[in-house]
Write a protein that binds this ligand. Structure first.
Ligand SMILES: Nc1nc2c(c(=O)[nH]1)N[C@H]1C(S)=C(S)[C@@H](COP(=O)(O)OP(=O)(O)OC[C@H]3O[C@@H](n4cnc5c(=O)[nH]c(N)nc54)[C@H](O)[C@@H]3O)O[C@H]1N2
Ligand SMILES: Nc1nc2c(c(=O)[nH]1)N[C@H]1C(S)=C(S)[C@@H](COP(=O)(O)OP(=O)(O)OC[C@H]3O[C@@H](n4cnc5c(=O)[nH]c(N)nc54)[C@H](O)[C@@H]3O)O[C@H]1N2
Ligand code: SF4
Ligand SMILES: [Mo]
Length: 701
């Protein structure tokens, strides 16, 4: 009889693209197997709580469908027919194709494409070292954070704010445009603690009665893309009722009198007509914010995924300045702490080789880029070769019909480095098997919190999986790219990066498990002033000059309103397209990740669109019927679910299901647009007009 294996508990961190970046404890059963995954109770943001999908990580890491060997395409593009190939032959072929593209079309015809499938700084961002040294095309990251970050920084001057743990010390927590129960569960831990310990009120602002809203004391269900109208009316009431902190604004804001005058006409009746909320609810919300000085506005990404998203984010953050809530513990507006870590990334990203003139292609416009649209290519060479790491654009990127047409090009060479045979990998010429986070070393920062954490290698990967760093170095050697980062081990790069950034050594981090990087209270609450030269929050931002890394102003930025306002650039309804659709995140998927795990698939059921019962009746749609959603970009077939927790005229399709889950292979991103949102670009995933019609049960095609 075998002796039972000795189970070790080891520390790690969740690598997924989620603001929570949870501290994990992992049962390591042997050198190749894990058991249970739990939240670390010692790290006081995670506080022992993690989401169900990561608690079941053994299902993902030991999944029978994991890629374990390099593959070469043998069928037509997208057929999913591959045969095994050795690592050396695979990397030789990738390098030969990259060199050929460079020779025939210039280095910018190679486009390394990546995103945040892992949030590890080395494994995620090491691809830039290869890009910079070789002068390949750059990537302008627009798919996720652009409108939100720009809108927040437009006011504060920096992407940082009050300690998110202070939500527990608040008297009113406003969870605005984030479905935290699905997307960042720890927000709920701290918010519900405030309610239990201090009688705090929880307000939720969203476009449907979702899992987070079910926990709210005040539910505000509004029309998509109308958040700035609500914010304006709240500020109008604060000024009107003597709840505005005028002394605070005199010291800490740029143009309070002009703002007040501008808001005179933005009253609750005006906002009710735009948002679909009642005047009473708007008044009640404003009173809460005005009377409870410790109001913590937890601003999410959801409401920024609109064409007016940057303006809406800035408008909501402005509420904290009018109310003066920033100066109180448990008060202020928080979106992300990304700017507090002051990383020196020259080794990871090869910044010493960066050419600022390098062409930057819009990540969200990958469909337009790959189908050769001149404007998307910035007038330059076509893209002829790609390396894709940590992202699955064939499922997640907007304008899917173009994305698929682009990847189907026979003259485009694509290497996808992946953990699973994703819908993007199915279009590749070469597929390389990737490690998962417990199989390599990396360092992580919080977005929704303030910890730096280490995710060490705990087990051996299955088969022939290699890390992103190994693949980047392997390609670099073969294409003649030289940089000392390509010669170093992950732990050496992590150690150097920590030291140079002022965070001690790798040994220190390993011993301490995490570093609490939260700046002192006065800095985090802007008591010393906001991050502009005059220290004043901007009610009237200089939109094209918001200090964020970007590719210059784009979208209709010149028309942006001077003060917080309802900006009518959203994809409004028309007689042909009378509904507004939001593609909100599903609980058991994380973008397209976890669509492969059996328990997540089971819990999500099938692709559905929620529709108000009265709208359904008028359209002759019954619960469970097949419907077609359509707009100028395409059409999608899925089932209807009658749901009274949404306003009339609004539809919700929780996402992102694989395209293959739909009868004709057309997934939800068939309907989403890639036109650049102002002022710096970005995809408006919840800003879609559509028609809806009942159809007969389709035959799978
Ligand atoms: N389970 C799960 N977790 C995830 C993800 C996932 O897909 N699934 N994705 C991860 C990623 S990449 C990110 S960036 C984060 C994002 O997490 P969040 O900050 O939560 O942002 P979103 O996921 O875009 O949407 C959040 C909510 O905004 C709502 N919403 C849409 N339009 C509007 C609007 O106009 N106004 C208002 N007030 N609300 C609106 C949606 O209905 C949704 O309930 O979550 C991460 N975590
Ligand atoms: N309709 C709609 N579309 C959306 C959104 C929405 O709300 N609605 N949300 C958008 C947002 S916010 C985002 S951020 C994007 C995200 O979209 P993606 O960046 O595509 O994120 P995931 O779907 O999670 O895919 C990440 C992939 O990386 C792989 N991966 C993970 N770790 C590693 C690693 O270490 N190495 C390698 N080589 N691969 C790895 C995973 O297996 C997975 O296939 O989707 C966007 N698309
Ligand atoms: S909540 Fe987010 S960070 Fe935490 S375990 Fe789940 S996916 Fe990972
Ligand atoms: Mo995201």
């Amino acid at each position: 009889m075998n002796a039972p294996a000795r189970i070790e508990r080891r520390s790690s961190v969740c690598p997924h693209d989620c603001p929570s970046s949870c501290a994990l404890e992992i049962e390591v059963i042997d050198g190749r197997t894990i058991g249970r995954v739990t939240g670390d109770e010692g790290q006081d943001y995670t506080a022992g709580v993690i989401c169900a999908k990561v608690a079941r990580y053994a299902e993902r890491i030991h999944h029978p469908d994991r890629l374990t060997q390099p593959l070469r395409r043998v069928g037509p593009k997208g057929s999913g027919r591959f045969e095994p190939i050795s690592w050396d032959d695979a990397l030789d072929l990738v390098a030969a194709k990259f060199l050929e593209a460079e020779r025939d079309f210039g280095a910018e015809s190679v486009w390394p494409y990546y995103y945040a499938g892992t949030m590890g700084l080395l494994m995620r961002d090491g691809i830039h070292r290869l890009r910079h040294v070789k002068k390949y095309s750059g990537q302008h990251n627009t798919i996720c954070t652009n409108m939100a970050w720009t809108g927040y920084v437009a006011g504060t001057g920096i992407l940082a704010g009050p300690d998110p743990r202070e939500m527990a010390k608040s008297d009113c927590v406003v969870i605005w445009g984030t479905n935290a129960v699905h997307t960042q569960v720890n927000v709920m831990t701290h918010a519900t603690r405030a309610r239990k310990e201090r009688g705090a009120k929880i307000v939720v602002v969203d476009v449907y009665d979702n899992a987070t809203m079910k926990q709210a004391d005040l539910k505000l269900i509004l029309r998509p893309g109308t958040d700035a109208a609500l914010a304006c009316a709240v500020m109008h009431i604060l000024f009107r009722d003597g709840l505005a902190d005028r002394a605070y604004m005199a010291r800490y804001a740029d143009k309070p009198e002009e703002l007040e005058a501008h808001l005179k006409t933005r009253d609750p009746v005006w906002a009710a007509a735009i948002t679909g909320l009642s005047v009473e609810d708007i008044e009640a919300f404003a009173r809460l914010v005005g009377e409870r000085k410790r109001t913590f506005l937890r601003l999410g990404y959801g409401f920024s995924r609109q064409r007016n998203g940057a303006v809406a984010m800035h408008a909501t953050a402005s509420i904290a300045t009018v109310a003066g809530s920033w100066k109180y513990e448990g008060g202020g507006a928080f979106h992300s702490n990304s700017a507090i870590f002051h990383w020196r990334k020259s080794l990871i990203e090869g910044l010493d080789a960066l050419d600022p003139e390098m062409r930057k292609l819009d990540q969200s416009q990958i469909g337009r880029v790959l189908t050769g649209e001149a404007q998307a290519l910035r007038g330059g060479a076509p893209v002829k070769a790609m390396l894709v790491q940590n992202t699955n654009p064939v499922s997640v990127a907007p304008e899917q019909e173009l994305v698929k047409a682009g990847f189907a090009r026979e003259d485009l060479f694509v290497c996808v480095h992946e953990q699973f045979m994703t819908e993007t990998a199915q279009y590749a010429d070469i597929v390389l098997p990737a490690t998962m986070f417990m199989e390599h070393d990396d360092v992580y920062q919080g977005g929704g919190h303030q910890f730096i954490q280490l995710g060490p290698k705990l087990i051996e990967p299955p088969g022939e999986c290699r890390s992103n760093h190994a693949v980047i170095c392997g390609i670099a050697r073969r294409v003649g790219a030289r940089h000392r980062g390509f010669e170093m081990e992950p732990r050496e790069i992590i150690d150097w990066t920590l030291r140079e950034s002022g965070w001690g050594s790798l040994d220190d981090l390993e011993a301490g498990k995490w570093i609490d990087a939260q700046p002192p209270f006065d800095k985090a609450h802007f008591i010393d002033g906001f991050a502009w030269r005059d220290g004043k929050f901007r009610f009237s931002p200089d939109w094209p000059k918001v200090p964020l890394a970007n590719a210059g102003p784009m979208g209709p930025w010149a028309q942006m309103p001077a003060f917080p306002d309802q900006w009518d650039v959203i994809e409004s309804v028309t007689p042909e397209h009378p509904f507004r659709l939001a593609t909100s995140p599903a609980r058991s998927f994380l973008n397209s990740s976890f669509t492969e795990t059996p328990s997540s698939k089971k819990r999500e059921g099938r692709p559905e669109v929620m529709i108000h019962p009265d709208d359904a009746r008028e359209a002759g749609i019954a619960d469970g019927d097949w419907v077609r959603l359509s707009n100028a970009r395409g059409a999608v077939m899925l089932r209807a679910r009658l749901f009274a927790g949404v306003l009339r005229g609004v539809l919700i399709a929780e996402s992102i299901w694989p395209n293959a889950a739909y009868p004709d292979g057309r997934g939800i991103n068939t309907l989403t647009g890639a036109d650049a949102a102002a002022p710096y670009g970005g995809a408006a995933f919840h800003d879609i007009h559509v028609a809806i019609a009942r159809i007969d049960a389709p035959e799978s095609v």
